[in-house]
Design a protein around this ligand. Structure first.
Ligand SMILES: *Cc1c(COP(=O)(O)O)cnc(C)c1O
Length: 428
C-alpha cells in the first residue's frame, strides 16, 4: 500500500518527538514498519494521511466501544464546548459522571476524576499506602497499570514487546517496594501473602489481563485474591481501565461478582477524551484531599468537555439492554471465523477471548500468564499484522495487546477480515 504522505509526516515527527510518537507502541517497532498516520476515523474505520481506509481492531486501545465518532457523543461534546472548555471549578457534568460510575459500581462509594489511567492507578496506590500505613505493593507479571515508577516492574504492553521488562530511571528503592508474582498463580499469591502480608499495602490486578494480550482469570483466582487480601488487611485494587464498562456495565467486578476495595477506571469512561478515575470504599476515599490528608490534584480533572463525552458514551451503552450481548456475538463471529480460517490454512493459533476482547496468539499452548504468552511466535504475529495491514485491516501493532470490538463493527467488515485472515494464514 502506498503511503507517501504518512511517510513524510513520520520523518518529520522523528525529528521532533522521541521515536516520532507520543506513546511507544504506536511506533510499530514490534511489527517492524512505519506507523500509520491517521487523519480521520468513523465507525469501525481509520483513514490515513494518504486516504487509505482500514478496519480498526485497536480502537484507540480501548476507549472507542461505540466505534469512532458516534453522533450522540459528538453532539454532546459540541454542546459542552459551546459552554467553554475548562473552568477549574466544580461543574455539573462531574456530578453526573460520578453518579453514573457509582451507580454502576456498588464497590465505588466515592470517586475522584483524573485525566488518565496512569494518574488513577498511581493515586490509588498512594491512597492505599496511606490507609494501611504500609509501603509494599503487589502486581502481576505482565500487568500494566500505566507508567508511574512503581508499576514499571515486569510490566506488560509496550514493555513486553520492546524487551525492557523494567524501565531505567526507576530508583531501586522504588522498585524494591513492588513485589511481582505470575498472573493466575493462586499458590504464588498465597505464599507471598503468608510471608509478607503485613507489609503489603495493596494488591493491584487487571481482573482480565489485557496487556499481555487477552488473558482471562482461572476459576477461583480472583475469589482467592479477594479472600487473601481481606484476611491480611491489604487493599485489593481492580485496575479496570480496560475492563470497566467493557466486560459489562459494572466491569469485571460485576461480571465475576467480586467486590474490590478500590477500582481504577479510564479509557471508556472518557468516550475518547482524556479521563481516568479512582474510587472505592468510603472509609478509604475519605482520606483523599481536601476531605483527608492524602494529596492529589489536577488542573484539568473533571474537565467539562471530557465529562460530557464520558456521560454520552455511558448513557448510550445504558440505553441498549442488549449492548453487551450484541458486542459479544460480534466478537464470537470473528473468533470462530479466525479459528476456522487458521485450521483450514493449517496454522496453530490460540485465541483468548472474553466479551468484546480477543487476542490470537501464534502458539498451540494455552495462554494463561506472561510466560505462556511469551511462547507466541511474535515474528509470525508481525507477518500476520503486515499481511492484514496491506489488505486494509488494522490490528494492534503488537502481539501483546488486546483486539477490541466496538458497536460499530459490521458483520460485513468482520467477514472481510476473516477472508483476509485466511489468505494471510496460508502465506505465513
Ligand atoms: C491503558 C491502561 C492504563 C493506563 O491508562 P493511560 O490512560 O494510558 O494512562 C492503566 N491500566 C490498564 C489496565 C490499562 O490498560
Amino acid at each position: 500500500m502506498d503511503r507517501p504522505h504518512s511517510h513524510t509526516y513520520f520523518k518529520k515527527a522523528q525529528a521532533l518527538m522521541p521515536g516520532g510518537v507520543n506513546s511507544p507502541v504506536r511506533a510499530f517497532k514490534a511489527v517492524g514498519d512505519e506507523p500509520i498516520v491517521v487523519t480521520r476515523a468513523k465507525g469501525d474505520r481509520l483513514y490515513d494521511a494518504d486516504g487509505n481506509s482500514y478496519i480498526d481492531y485497536c480502537m484507540s486501545w480501548g476507549p472507542m466501544i461505540l466505534g469512532h465518532g458516534p453522533i450522540k457523543v459528538l453532539n454532546e461534546i459540541r454542546k459542552a464546548v459551546r459552554g467553554g472548555t475548562s473552568f477549574g471549578t466544580l461543574c455539573p457534568n462531574e456530578v453526573v459522571l460520578a453518579g453514573l460510575i457509582t451507580a454502576a459500581y456498588p464497590s465505588v462509594e466515592r470517586v475522584r476524576m483524573v485525566s488518565s489511567g496512569t494518574e488513577a492507578t498511581m493515586s490509588a496506590v498512594r491512597l492505599a499506602r496511606a490507609y494501611t500505613k504500609r509501603d509494599k505493593i503487589v502486581k502481576f507479571e505482565g500487568g500494566y497499570h500505566g507508567h508511574a515508577d512503581q508499576f514499571l516492574i515486569k510490566a506488560g504492553s509496550g514493555l513486553t514487546t520492546l524487551g525492557t521488562p523494567s524501565s531505567p530511571g526507576v530508583p531501586e528503592a522504588f522498585a524494591a517496594t513492588t513485589l511481582t508474582i505470575p498472573y493466575n498463580n493462586i499458590e504464588a499469591a498465597k505464599q507471598l501473602i503468608a510471608r509478607q502480608g503485613n507489609e503489603i499495602a495493596a494488591l493491584i490486578v487487571e481482573p482480565v489481563a489485557g496487556n499481555i494480550g487477552t488473558v482471562t482469570p482461572q476459576d477461583g483466582f480472583l475469589e482467592t485474591l479477594r479472600e487473601l487480601t481481606a484476611n491480611s488487611g491489604i487493599v485489593l485494587i481492580f485496575d479496570e481501565v480496560i475492563t470497566g464498562f467493557r466486560l459489562s456495565l459494572s466491569g469485571a467486578q460485576g461480571y465475576y461478582k467480586i467486590q474490590p476495595d478500590m477500582t481504577t477506571l479510564g479509557k471508556i469512561i472518557g468516550g475518547g477524551l482524556p479521563v481516568g478515575a479512582y474510587g472505592g470504599r468510603k472509609d478509604i476515599m475519605e482520606l483523599v484531599s481536601p476531605e483527608g490528608p492524602v494529596y492529589q490534584a489536577g488542573t484539568l480533572s473533571g474537565n467539562p468537555v471530557a465529562m460530557a463525552a464520558g456521560i454520552a458514551t455511558l448513557r448510550e451503552i445504558q440505553s441498549k439492554p442488549l449492548f453487551y450481548k450484541d458486542l459479544e456475538k460480534k466478537t464470537q463471529h470473528l473468533v470462530y471465523g479466525l479459528n476456522d480460517a487458521a485450521r483450514l490454512a493449517g496454522k496453530h493459533i490460540t485465541i483468548n477471548t472474553i466479551a468484546s476482547l480477543l487476542t490470537p496468539f501464534f502458539t498451540d499452548k494455552l495462554v494463561r500468564d506472561l510466560a505462556s504468552a511469551m511462547t507466541s511466535d511474535t515474528k509470525q504475529y508481525a507477518r500476520f499484522f503486515h499481511l492484514m495491514f496491506e489488505k486494509g485491516v488494522y490490528l494492534p501493532p503488537s502481539q501483546f495487546e488486546a483486539h477490541f470490538i466496538s458497536q460499530a463493527h459490521t458483520a460485513r467488515d468482520i467477514d472481510r477480515t476473516i477472508r483476509h485472515a485466511y489468505d494471510a494464514f496460508k502465506k505465513l
